[in-house]
Design a protein around this ligand. Structure first.
Ligand code: SF4
Length: 248
């Protein structure tokens, strides 16, 4: 039950000035709540049009998308078309869009830059730059118009994610991880409860699915950037703190 006496209600103009103790207070308020309550409440605390939702339509995406549509059905979901997606991912996106009535907006990298990454296969020697051009840059202008960014990260997925809390300030935006503390079992129960379709590649042994050149079969996220130290794409900038060039 939310203790409204201790609740703080950030106003759009005040986001930049949220202190670390404000973030801590938000965490204290939201931590006892269910995932559904967290999502419902965040749209009361923050201006809804300033809340950013993105999806890669990977193996874990359906649950957070379903939960979002329960709270705010027509909220825009941004999809970054890196041009390196599996056809199965694009088909899955269409399937979930129809099933959940999603309001999708597609973002694309600059054609000439994207072509360069393709011609020179930057994912091999320069994966950080490849992600910067194809994933991070297309989102930047959109990100700049928002104050809070919903993510579907869960702490059990990777060591980096295990250190995250529900709210964190990352540069000019607040990241919101409503699923962060749920178990894999709870997550799977959501799929069953909501009768959500699985990503077509999951049944073929892909625990996680991203761009074709950087995705292999494997349990969990072990198939992403396999054989490299890189484990995140850079859309979660906290990941890069204290990392060497080889790790990103
Ligand atoms: S995941 Fe791989 S192919 Fe996709 S943008 Fe990043 S480095 Fe490039």
């Amino acid at each position: 039950m939310l203790n409204t006496a201790t609740a703080i209600k950030p106003r759009p103009s005040a986001i930049e000035t949220l202190s670390s103790s404000d973030i801590e207070k938000l965490n204290e308020i939201f931590e006892p709540l269910s995932v559904e309550e967290r999502l419902r409440l965040v749209f009361q605390y923050f201006e809804p049009t300033k809340i950013l939702m993105t999806s890669s339509f990977g193996t874990k995406s359906a649950v957070i998308l379903k939960l979002l549509t329960e709270v705010r059905p027509q909220h825009t979901v941004y999809f970054i078309d890196t041009t390196y997606h599996f056809q199965e991912t694009l088909d899955y996106k269409d399937q979930l869009t129809q099933l959940l009535g999603l309001n999708i907006e597609t973002l694309s990298p600059k054609k000439n830059e994207n072509k360069l990454t393709k011609d020179e296969m930057w994912w091999q020697e320069h994966p950080k730059m490849c992600c910067a051009i194809n994933k991070i840059a297309p989102l930047e202008p959109v990100k700049a118009k928002h104050q809070l960014w919903i993510s579907g990260l869960m702490s059990y997925q990777t060591k980096f994610r295990s250190h995250l809390r529900i709210f964190e300030k990352q540069g000019d935006i607040i990241k919101f991880h409503p699923l962060i503390d749920i178990t894999d079992e709870t997550f799977q129960n959501y799929f069953d409860e909501f009768e959500l379709p699985r990503h077509p590649l999951e049944g073929q042994g892909y625990g996680s699915v991203g761009c074709i050149p950087c995705t292999s079969k494997g349990v969990g996220r072990e198939g992403r950037w396999k054989g490299r130290q890189k484990k995140e794409c850079g859309l979660h900038p906290g990941y890069f703190i204290n990392k060497t060039e080889a790790e990103v």
